[in-house]
Design a protein around this ligand. Structure first.
Ligand code: FAD
Ligand code: NAD
Length: 458
């Protein structure tokens, strides 16, 4: 795309960091003919995270929940330039972002100049500094994590199968522990137990009965963002399905075979075979660096933004931040929030482009015409509304083809649980898929799992 529009006005460069829920929702709704659009992300695909917990055991295939950035960019009305790179450092004063290629065959570092930057780099898993987690546990954030969990599970099962039934190592290998009773931990524990009871049970009936799935949560209950009745429903189901629920249990230390946890005054040490850590989010390095450059950015939980999603303390109109990299009271780190923020920005940028065009016209006009255009400019500027989050509710899969849902319809709140809610959960997630292709692939995976069982080969 040329550097200027036909009237001579310069075309602004809009750099979007990330290819997750926030950035891709923005890209999909953006009129890309209005800006020089540049996307920078180390991940060359969008990942539909709500179904990630279903992938380590093969309920849904990884390929079904990804969509290449290139294919999304290709469908945009204007040109989109993509760098397979990560942002290392943002300079808000110079309006540059330093990026570094993640492609080993094509190494480069360069400073990209931007007029507008949208930061959608997401967050990284937090460990709260718990010793041994990075060395011994898996997370569940990216595709590589899901693959690693699958390999560890299958490896533990095969190793255990080669040991005598009374060997204590066998019992340890068959203990799968998930730390963190938020929705990620709960959904993964539920999927693991489904796999053991519904599929592994057919191939290895004795061994499958020795497998223990455990969920450790520091607070008195799991799923704290859900209504109390739904939490009780989920906890009762877990107990009924023999998922070990360790509540009030704060994991303090991990080594390659044991977890050390505090439960009240008691310290417990438990052997494990596979360990997954799901205790929430922490800011990425590039976000921390940006915070350190702006005095008013004093929250350790994420980038502070205003009601128009602009980075607080940055030059006006230059940096926006969306999704999990931000912290704003009332906005949770969910796909739902990031998606709505991305769509909001696409609309706001359309309006802001009209403002830019009018400002250009005014800069080129005679004094008389300028006075005439000024009120129109003020009107247009006021038309950029604040972001308003519309909470539609929360859903979670809790195993055995049951789900819970806290659904908001207008002012009313509905609480649903059970098998029908599972169908609702399925239809909601299908409709949330960002492409028709993903929708079809996920639906086919569910059918395959239902009729033929899970494909758990590594
Ligand atoms: P992300 O989607 O994480 O995307 C961040 C992007 O930035 C990625 O493309 C990443 O590669 C890129 N990036 C990273 N570092 C850099 C860098 N230095 N420079 C440039 N790019 C970078 N939410 C729900 O509402 N419903 C659910 O059911 C749900 N289920 C979930 C299940 C799991 C297992 C997980 C982990 C999360 C789930 N969430 C769910 C939360 C949801 O996924 C996040 O809130 C959402 O992904 C946030 O979107 P984002 O765009 O901010 O970040
Ligand atoms: P979370 O922050 O929601 O939950 C983490 C849990 O880990 C907390 O309950 C915390 O008390 C516990 N914890 C922390 N340290 C611990 C320790 N040392 N030992 C034991 N327990 C410990 O994290 P998440 O589940 O990864 O979710 C992250 C975000 O993604 C949330 O905003 C969540 O709503 C969203 N998400 C939503 C869905 C869904 O809607 N179905 C699914 C997954 C994630």
């Amino acid at each position: 795309q040329s550097a200027t529009f036909s009237n001579g006005a310069p075309r602004k460069t809009l750099v979007i960091l990330g290819s997750g829920w926030g950035s891709i929702s923005l890209l999909k709704s953006l009129d890309t003919t209005l800006y020089n659009v540049v996307v920078v992300s180390p991940r060359n695909y969008f990942l539909f995270t709500p179904l990630l917990p279903s992938t380590p055991v093969g309920t849904v295939e990884l390929k079904s929940i990804v969509e290449p950035v290139r294919s999304i960019a290709r469908r945009a009305p204007g040109e989109v330039h993509y760098y397979e790179a990560e942002a290392l450092d943002i300079d808000p004063e110079q309006r540059t972002v330093r990026i570094q290629s993640v492609n080993k065959d094509q190494e480069y570092t360069l400073d990209l100049k931007y007029d507008i930057l949208v930061d959608g780099v997401g967050a990284q898993p937090t460990t709260f500094g718990t010793p041994g987690v990075y060395e011994n546990a898996s997370f569940l954030k990216e595709i590589s994590d899901a693959q690693q969990i699958r390999i560890k599970i299958m490896g533990a099962i095969e190793k255990a199968a080669s040991l005598a039934p009374n060997d204590p190592k066998r019992q340890r290998l068959l203990t799968f522990v998930v730390v963190g009773g938020g929705p990620t931990g709960v959904e993964l524990a539920a999927e693991l137990k489904d796999y053991v009871d519904q599929d592994l049970h057919k191939w290895m009936p004795e061994l499958s009965q020795e497998i223990k799935v455990t969920l450790a949560e520091a607070l008195p209950n799991i799923l704290n963002m859900f209504d109390k009745k739904l939490v009780k429903y989920a906890q009762d189901l877990f107990r009924q399905e023999k998922i070990d629920l360790w509540l009030n249990t704060m994991v303090k230390k991990v080594d390659n075979t044991h977890i050390t946890a505090k439960r009240g005054d008691e310290t417990i040490e438990v052997p494990y075979g596979v360990l997954v850590w799901a205790t929430g989010n922490a800011p990425r390095e590039v976000s921390k660096k940006l915070m350190s450059k702006i005095d008013v950015q004093n929250s350790r939980r994420g980038l502070l933004i205003d009601n128009k999603l602009q980075l607080v303390g940055a030059p006006a109109g230059s940096i926006y931040a969306i999704g999990d990299c931000t912290f704003h009271p009332g906005l949770f780190p969910t796909a739902q929030v990031a998606h709505q923020e991305g769509e909001y920005l696409a609309k706001a940028f359309k309006k802001l482009h009209q403002v830019d065009m009018l400002e250009w016209e005014i800069s080129q006009a005679t004094n008389d015409k300028r006075t005439h255009l000024q009120p129109r400019l003020e009107k247009l500027q006021n038309e950029v509304e604040n972001f308003k989050y519309n909470h539609k509710g929360a859903l979670a899969y809790i195993g055995k083809e049951k789900a819970i849902a806290d659904v908001a319809v207008g002012e009313s709140q509905y609480r649903l649980a059970g098998s029908f809610t599972y169908l609702f959960w399925k239809s909601a997630y299908l409709s949330m898929c960002l492409s028709f292709r993903n929708r079809i692939l996920v639906a086919m995976d569910w059918c395959k799992t239902y009729f033929l069982g899970r494909d758990s080969s590594v």
